[in-house]
Design a protein around this ligand. Structure first.
Ligand SMILES: Cc1cc2nc3c(=O)[nH]c(=O)nc-3n(C[C@H](O)[C@H](O)[C@H](O)COP(=O)(O)OP(=O)(O)OC[C@H]3O[C@@H](n4cnc5c(N)ncnc54)[C@H](O)[C@@H]3O)c2cc1C
Length: 79
């Protein structure tokens, strides 16, 4: 499957929804999962955002996962 096509299609469908806001050029710096607090870099400045629900989809070097790993500890038997 062509990934550009898939990305365009997903963005187009999401953009049609009234309760979805698309933002670009925001680099996630830190994710505090306990407080639902996210810090982004946008136009050279830090921008803080609060969220009730955070879905991490920021790839292999995910800052969301890093934030989660600071708080979530798995029992050794589950590793
Ligand atoms: C060369 C290559 C070929 C591949 N070929 C295939 C294939 O043929 N078939 C297959 O199934 N899989 C393939 N994969 C794997 C596939 O690309 C990944 O598994 C998939 O893209 C992961 O999706 P994702 O949404 O988790 O992350 P990604 O697709 O990596 O998306 C992460 C998004 O988060 C953004 N992002 C990252 N960091 C931040 C940040 N700090 N702040 C804000 N945004 C951020 C990125 O810009 C990106 O838009 C390939 C991977 C590579 C590298």
């Amino acid at each position: 499957m062509d990934r550009n096509w898939l990305n365009e299609r997903l963005l187009t469908e999401a953009d049609r929804l009234e309760n979805v806001q698309l933002v670009f050029e925001h680099k996630l710096l830190t994710c505090d999962v306990e407080n639902g607090s996210l810090t982004f870099l946008y136009q050279g400045k830090e921008k803080n955002v609060k969220a009730d629900v955070i879905i991490g989809a920021d790839g292999v070097y995910s800052q969301v996962r890093t934030g989660l790993m600071r708080k979530v500890r798995y029992p050794r038997s589950r590793l």
